[in-house]
Design a protein around this ligand. Structure first.
Ligand code: IVH
Length: 685
């Protein structure tokens, strides 16, 4: 290595350390010390060096979280020691009984102290580190043999790929370490995920735990990477260092190594345990994730060991469960909400019932298929669950309690808000109101129009949009551009300066490229990638407006549903009116429009190889498309190739890719990926 190379290599190592540290600040401590932008810069610099020197890439590099191959099945993993479960207590009395039982076995229990932790409602994972590097991760399975989900676990940003996380650590990683933790999804992330799915007319998930479990057991790690999984650890299963003496020392050691660690409370005796229980129960919703109880653990780990195991449960710990948050109540009626994209979502109107201290009157019914599948009828007594702060949801009917008066629910054929006919799309679960003038949709559409991925009107958010609509100043996106200073000054909270800033921000957005305006229209199925393609192909709103279904469908990546949705959208008189108004106020970009910043990074740091003839692109075009989105196209397949795109009559590159286990995409999959989650391949947080 010459001096330059050595310097570059040193820089690479420095970047990895820094990125690792900032990941830790962000995902583990929730206290970032740099902006996303600065983080992205560091990440991009690392990607660049690794691209120039693929031989320097190591599995613990922060760029290597999502990679790998689609598995056919999960390999089995023998756990080093049995991965135990916990016995449950449902009352103070049962906890006291447990205490007496073990105190009789060992008198030291009477003076024992305890650690209390929330019982996270997720999935146990067993994480193996060798020389500080994460080498394997498994599910619990039956407690002695689990499944190898290493590739999926690597995608979880809270999981350290290398320990300790420098430069913080006071401790060194043992040569070999096995850690136990829980993988789960926070309530906020769960709801955000469902909101996105709902907008796209896709099936939503029923609860955070099922989502986490389904996501961790995906055979394709790229799918797992799109799900907001996170991790907390609480046990050292095996270490070749001196084992910790107490549970508090154990948790501290995990923390020092850089693991995300479950919160805990030290309790000097059982009375303090009961106090801790009351407090955790009170603050149950503040945790941010679902906890179904607390775990009480004897702090002294040698005593814990000596107490032994009954069946699969250690005697030295017990789960003290919270009261269930599932209750039965009568389903009085089924209401229907209308979202931004016009998706109709059914919700249950319930006979009010208390669940965990909160009066619940409504609960989600997910979608119309769910109602049919569960055969939920109006008048049924249904089970309802409220977990954490998740929107309460109906689990299903109690069929035995039917008296024959229950009514089968018939989904509406007209929008409950604007009374226009609703539409169903083959293959989707959702029903839509396609009338953009539907009042329920106006505010949400405007919110979308001003958002960052669309016209990016800085400083105009949900609240202002609502204020404008309520004041009758704005009914559609074009009205924003007609706002006058005197209009704004009449609104609450507006002074001279603010009014000027808002008007300036709106005026600035007039120059956004065509693609952004297309995104802003909020046509179903048209996200940033499709919008970029439409802008590129049609070059102006005028020609896009007159596109036929056939023309649109001939564009790869646009299926019959999206093509039809686009044509339908332009056919709606209300939308035509909106476009005329936009033209009149000068929001009418014509040029192709560059890709948005986000779209640019979709393939950031990824290397593609193309083989065979593609239908949609020439070789030059596909190269240009990938590069425009931050990726790179090379000629030969190597281990460093992220994806091989295969067209008709592929050459030997396909066989090579298969031999090396490089993921293979056909053209449709490739476009789907381009259109899919930015989070998948995005370098940013
Ligand atoms: S300790 C010997 N601590 O609850 C160690 N488990 O019902 C036994 N769980 O399978 C487990 N949070 O998946 C422990 N703070 C916590 C936990 C926890 C959640 C889960 C774990 C276990 C299940 C037992």
């Amino acid at each position: 290595m010459d001096t330059n190379q050595a310097q570059l290599f040193a820089r690479l190592q420095e970047l990895r350390k820094q990125i690792q540290y900032h990941n830790y600040r962000y995902y583990v401590l929730n206290e970032p010390v740099i902006s996303d932008y600065e983080y992205d810069q560091l990440y991009a610099e690392l990607v660049k060096i690794e691209r120039e020197h693929p031989e320097w890439i190591t599995p613990d590099s922060p760029t290597q979280r999502v990679g790998g191959v689609v598995a056919e099945k999960f390999e089995k993993v023998q756990h080093p020691v049995p991965i135990l479960s916990l016995s449950n207590a449902f009352s103070k009395e049962e906890v006291l009984e447990w205490f007496e039982r073990i105190a009789k076995l060992d008198e030291r229990v009477r003076n024992a102290d305890f650690i209390v932790e929330p019982k996270i409602d997720g999935l146990t994972v067993v994480l193996h580190y060798h020389e500080g590097v994460f080498v394997q991760g498994a599910t619990r399975g039956d407690g002695s043999v689990g499944e190898d989900v290493t590739a999926n676990l690597r995608t979880i940003k809270a999981l350290p790929l290398r320990i300790p996380i420098s430069p913080l650590s006071r401790v060194k990683a043992p040569r070999s370490l096995v850690v136990r933790g829980e993988v789960f999804i926070t309530i906020k992330d769960f709801e955000e995920l469902n909101r996105r799915l709902e907008e796209r007319g896709e099936k939503t998930y029923l609860n955070p735990r099922n989502t986490a479990s389904g996501s961790l057991r995906q055979l394709d790690p790229r799918v797992t990477a799109m799900r907001p999984l996170t991790l907390l650890t609480y046990d050292i299963v095996q270490t070749d260092d001196d084992p910790p003496k107490t549970q508090s020392e154990l948790l501290e050691r995990l923390y020092d190594l850089g693991f995300p660690v479950v919160e805990s409370r030290y309790c000097a005796n059982l009375d303090e345990v009961f106090e801790a229980y009351e407090e955790y129960l009170r603050r149950r919703d503040e945790l941010g994730y679902e906890a179904d109880g607390i775990v009480i653990k004897i702090n002294d780990l040698s005593l814990f060991e000596q107490l032994g195991v009954v069946g699969k449960d250690p005697r030295g710990a017990i789960a003290f469960k919270y009261p269930a948050r599932e209750v039965s109540t009568r389903l009085l009626d089924i209401g229907v909400n209308v979202g931004r994209t016009g998706v109709l979502t059914p919700y249950a109107i319930l006979s009010p019932v208390e669940i965990g201290g909160v009066i619940v009157k409504q609960a989600t019914l997910h979608n119309f298929d769910f109602i049919a599948e569960k055969d939920i009828r109006i008048g049924d007594v249904v089970m309802v669950k409220r977990a954490g702060d998740v929107i309460p949801y109906v689990i299903g009917p109690i069929v035995d309690l039917r008296d024959g008066d229950e009514q089968v629910f018939v989904p509406p054929t007209r929008c409950p808000v604007c009374d226009q006919p609703v539409e169903h799309i083959e293959g989707e679960v959702a029903w839509y109101c396609v009338n953009a003038a539907c009042p329920a949709q106006v505010v949400r559409n405007l919110e979308h129009f001003v958002s960052r991925s669309a016209m990016d009107i800085v400083g105009v958010g949900v609240n202002l949009v609502e204020q404008f609509v309520q004041a009758g100043l704005v009914n559609d996106a074009a009205d924003l551009y007609r706002l006058r200073k005197e209009d704004l000054l009449r609104l609450e909270g507006f002074a001279e300066k603010k009014a000027e800033n808002v008007l300036q921000a709106i005026a600035n957005s007039k120059n956004r490229p065509l693609a952004r305006l297309i995104v802003g229209l909020g046509i179903r199925g048209v996200g940033e990638v499709v919008a970029n393609e439409l802008a590129r192909q049609f070059k102006s709103m005028d020609s896009l407006m007159s596109a036929t279904v056939e023309q649109l469908q001939s564009i790869e990546g646009i299926g019959p549903n999206t093509a039809q949705a686009i044509v339908d959208w332009f056919r709606q008189p209300r939308n035509q009116e909106l476009l005329e108004k936009l033209r009149a106020v000068g929001v009418w970009p014509v040029e192709g429009g560059g890709p948005s910043e986000k779209a640019k990074s979709i393939f950031a740091g990824m290397t593609f190889v193309v083989t065979g003839t593609l239908q949609r692109f020439t070789r030059e075009q596909v190269k240009e498309f990938i590069e425009r989105h931050g990726g790179k196209v090379t000629d030969s397949v190597s281990k460093r190739t992220n994806f091989v795109i295969v067209g008709e009559n592929p050459g030997s590159k396909l066989a090579k890719a298969q031999a090396l286990g490089v993921p293979i995409l056909d053209e449709a999959k490739f476009l789907e990926m381009a259109e899919g989650e930015d989070a998948l391949i995005n370098s940013s947080h």
